[in-house]
Design a protein around this ligand. Sequence first.
Ligand code: ATP
Length: 255
Amino acid sequence: MIQQHHALALQDVRKRFGNTEIIRGAQLQVARGERLALIGPNGAGKSTLFNLISGRFAPTSGAILLNGRDIAGCTPYQVNRQGLARSFQISNLFTNLSVYENLRCAVLWHLGYKYAFWRKLSALRDAHARAEEVLELIGLQRQRHTLAGVLTYAEQRALEIGITIAGGADVILLDEPTAGMSRSESDAATELIRKVTVGKTLVMVEHDMSVVFGLADKVAVLVYGEVIACDTPQRIRANADVQAAYLGGLHEEAA
Ligand SMILES: Nc1ncnc2c1ncn2[C@@H]1O[C@H](COP(=O)(O)OP(=O)(O)OP(=O)(O)O)[C@@H](O)[C@H]1O
């Protein structure tokens, strides 16, 4: 049952590409303030589901409720205006701008549409303050003048997280935020994600089980376009259907 305290809810969402149904009646509820990891085998439809939620694709049918309002078929811009921000697997940075400038652009982009033209100066002041705040939150103050293109890989991913949260969205979608990282980088990224999502709702696609089990309040398992289980990490770990469908090596990986 969909309730008011759900930040995000999918009701029988379907997506067809040509003759192939990739998302096949997905159901999901994410409570406000919850951190949910979406896992599933390659090709299960995780990225497609993210594209549906963030407005890149329109569902063939079904409802996608963001804070109780159906956003199915809205553009990414409209979805963002309603409080959902998304990071991408592929880098979304301006490599020739500094860390600070990247953050300020992200904030201005967000503020620019909310503020009337005659308030531009105050928008600039607000953007500066917010960029400073995010810079501190993501721990890149010392790299503020560094061009984004020459940051380390882990720093670039941290900056992307900063850009994603900069606009103040209350629902954050992160697509494989620790992909390609070493263990220690991934541990640091996990802590960063925990810190920047306090009080927000997080949905992340993540393959690294130690990140999933270290961070998520709930784990949703997508198999062939259906959410076959959504529960606490402990119960997901013990779920026989999940084990059979996907998580053969889960105990070892997460141990
Ligand atoms: N635009 C598209 N047109 C046609 N088929 C698509 C399109 N986008 C995705 N698919 C297909 O949908 C299926 C699910 O892909 P998707 O990338 O969503 O899976 P995934 O769970 O994110 O996989 P991975 O873990 O490997 O990233 C794949 O078979 C893919 O080929």
